[in-house]
Write a protein that binds this ligand. Structure first.
Ligand SMILES: [Zn+2]
Ligand SMILES: [Zn+2]
Length: 94
């Protein structure tokens, strides 16, 4: 008897993100939250994370902060983060 794949119930989970969902499921904590394996987002529902992975996370370039684990969707946001949080006023992202 093969183990039951509970993500098979989800219509959105069949096109290339099954591996990501597996990561999500192994990473989720006792509170039942689903954390994105690609960024720092955490969602209450797997379907919401699924939509994030399909429409948001994979589609938008991520700009990781060189000083901490923060990631920004836009370079402008990352520059703002670095300047406000790390006081690197002359850092231009290069
Ligand atoms: Zn993400
Ligand atoms: Zn940072």
């Amino acid at each position: 008897m093969p183990p039951k794949k509970d993500y098979a119930e989800d219509d959105n989970s069949h096109d290339g993100i099954v591996a990501a969902l597996h990561l999500v499921q192994t990473n989720c904590n006792n509170q039942g939250n689903f954390s994105c394996p690609n960024c720092t987002r955490v969602y209450q529902r797997r379907t919401t994370l699924n939509r994030h992975l399909r429409l948001e996370c994979g589609m938008t370039p991520q700009f990781p902060c060189p000083f901490c684990n923060h990631r920004s969707k836009r370079k402008h946001d990352l520059l703002y983060h670095v300047r406000s949080r790390h006081n690197e006023m002359h850092w231009n992202g290069s």
